[in-house]
Design a protein around this ligand. Sequence first.
Ligand code: IDP
Ligand code: MG
Length: 139
Amino acid sequence: RTLSIIKPDAVAKNVIGGVTAKLEGAGLRILASKMVRLTEAQAKAFYAVHAERGFYNDLVKFMTEGPVVVQVLEGENAVAANRAIMGATNPEKADAGTIRKEFATNIERNAVHGSDAAETAKEEIAFFFSTAELAALAR
Ligand code: IDP
Ligand code: MG
């Protein structure tokens, strides 16, 4: 399992469906999904690992500017499969056919978030979804 976020730029561009089709096309299954508007406190906490980076304040502002779609994805090697279909952080460096190549605007407004390892995936899923919520959605 891994956590995906369709960021405010992609929601504003009306490509929730386009992004989700890429995820599904990569063999990932949407286990849970909801649209939320992050508070400043939530965005700061979610990206706390980047607190010392020069782009942190702008990133928090961007992530709170409009609604996002948070999704739990399931599949074989879900973390790596999601990172592969996302493409590079900087869309100029992203491979053809990836979400960021197709839908990102720039290195900040880059359409999607994806967990970077199994351990962070666990933490990030728990950040947005309770155990009970996920259990109710199990198929
Ligand atoms: P990732 O999303 O590909 O894992 P990270 O390095 O974890 O990339 O950065 C988190 C997010 O911070 C990026 O997705 C992007 O929105 C933003 N970001 C990363 N590097 C820069 C930068 O150099 N300038 C502006 N924003 C950045
Ligand atoms: Mg990251």
